[in-house]
Each structure stands twice: as C-alpha cells, then as structure tokens.
Design a binder for this molecule. Sequence first.
Ligand SMILES: [Zn+2]
Length: 235
Amino acid sequence: MKVLVIGGMHGNETLGLEVVKLFKDKSVKAVDVLLANEQAIEGNCRFVGQDLNRSFPGDSNSPEYEPRRASEILKQTKKYDVVLDFHNTYCPNNDCGFIGDNANDNLTDVAWLLGFDKVIVADYDCINKAANNCISVEVSLDSPLNNAELWYERIVMLSRLDSFTATSNIHKYRFVYRMTIQDKERLKLDEQKLLAFQPLSRELADAMGVSSPAYPIFIGDSYTPYNYGGLLNRL
Ligand SMILES: [Zn+2]
C-alpha cells in the first residue's frame, strides 16, 4: 500500500523529523514523506501563528501560514492508502494512535500492526478528523518506540502489504475533555499523581463533568503548557 509519512506537524517534536530523514536518505518506492510545519521546524517551535494540527481542514486563501499549509497537506493525503503523522509527548506511558470519527475501517488494524494497543478517536479539528486514512502516531519521549529506525522498518513492512487481516485486541477510547490550567489549580491535579491511561477517581471525573471511568493522557506535557492534559472514555 502507498504510505505517506508526515513529520513536524509540531515543529519541535523530533521523532517524525528523524523518520522523514531516514526515508530521504534511503528511499522506498511506496513510501513518500512530507515535512508539515516547515516554518516551525526551522524555528524549532511547536507552531508560528497557530497550531497546525488545529488548522484542518485549512484554508488555501488564508493570510495565515498554518491554515494554508493545512489545506496543502490535506490535498496531499488523498493520494495514499495510509498516512502516518508523527508526534512526541513528555508524558510517560502515553504511546497510542489517534484516528478520526470517520476513519477507514482498516485503520485500527494498521495501528495494531504498527505496535499500538490503544487508539483514540478525536473529533476536534485535527488532521485525523479531516483525513479518514490518517493515524497520528503519539510516542512518549522515554518510550522504546521513540526510535526512528524501528519506525522505518515497520513502515517499510506496512508498505509491502497489499491487504491484511489482523485480529486486533486494541483498546479504543474517545477524547472527551481537555483539562485546563484552571482545573489543575482548582482540583490540585498535581497532587493527584495522575498516570496516562490509569483511570482517575470518580470525584475528579465528576468535577470536570466527564463520565467515569475517565482516563488521562498528555498529563502536564511541556509541549503544551497552555493546558493540563486530556481525558478519555472507553469506547
Ligand atoms: Zn504533536
């Protein structure tokens, strides 16, 4: 199958940049690569005007860089069977794939095949919502999966498959809430010792208006200091 690898959706997250570089150094017929937020990569920052991964579907006539870039990238994604969009997080034990609400049926199996046991359905304006063939690959900085060579090999393997059937035991979640800095202060979340994918107490879920059990992710991630994390429910 034809695969597009996207690095630098957030310009300062390095795994995707390294994977793209490996494919540039040693190209593979069925795999193309793309650097997403070129200006942010240049500046080693998350974004320049606004978060590129909150700019989809984008706007080719926008005066701002990121909405224009989102529109260009979305056009590119249409030529591929699978699009892999790479991200990093400081939050430990947070490895997972993100897909959109209307993701192609095979995408969960692709996530499983690539080594994930958790996939999250996101319905905010990210690339996954706009591109039904796109999985965002979210890897903790201290994870064994934060290894570009390993992803190079797995992507080459994926590109060699025409079709496959996988018996996936993947856990599916829905992104339901963004924990704010106000939540952190109001509920003293730092003292709760939250861990990714470990359910928080019913009291805390209630206090944030989310059904229990709720599973936190991206807790206190230094890449996104303007919020405290996300909450998931199981699907
Ligand atoms: Zn990211």
